[in-house]
Design a binder for this molecule. Sequence first.
Ligand SMILES: Cc1cc2nc3c(=O)[nH]c(=O)nc-3n(C[C@H](O)[C@H](O)[C@H](O)COP(=O)(O)O)c2cc1C
Length: 179
Amino acid sequence: MKILTFGASNTKNSINKALARFTATLVPGGEVEVLDLSDYDLPIFSEDLEKEIGQHPRAKAFFEKIGAADGVIVSFAEHNGSYTAAYKNLFDWASRIDQKVFQGKPTVYLSTSPGPGGAASVLASAKGSAQFFGVDLKAAVSVPSFYDVFDAETGRINEPNALADLTTAAKTLALREAA
Ligand SMILES: Cc1cc2nc3c(=O)[nH]c(=O)nc-3n(C[C@H](O)[C@H](O)[C@H](O)COP(=O)(O)O)c2cc1C
């Protein structure tokens, strides 16, 4: 099954992208594609610009990537308690193609940050609105203190509790295939 993963951030070395990528490797039988949101850079959404240019090709490309996946793993970076501007902007553009941006795909939401909060605030926000955006939300996990639990050499999370939570979450994407 095709698992699309991305960090909801345009940081080149995004810790959320690393977390999403690692978690995707825990999906049994998963064929993983990692998106980099910096490849989906867009002008700031405005209804006026939309009237001029219509749907933006990069938003379409992002929407189509989700449409082609069997499952999605997204890890949310937190900026001032909320989404990064880069993700929110891309999401706003994509939502004008279809408000159900996630197109009913089985999805795991993650979040992480260097601090003890683990970006839990943005994760709560994303969970709270998932139903409006076509997200078939299977699991949500926040990983605090990323650099304490991530092994940069192997790209793996080794801390047992976080690893157990991520493994359980990843398996929820494979359950559908088996059903
Ligand atoms: C403008 C800005 C605001 C931030 N606000 C928060 C925050 O509210 N909560 C938090 O846990 N970390 C915050 N951080 C730190 C980020 O969690 C950290 O930069 C993290 O690496 C971002 O994820 P990324 O590497 O996937 O982009 C903020 C960072 C920036 C640049």
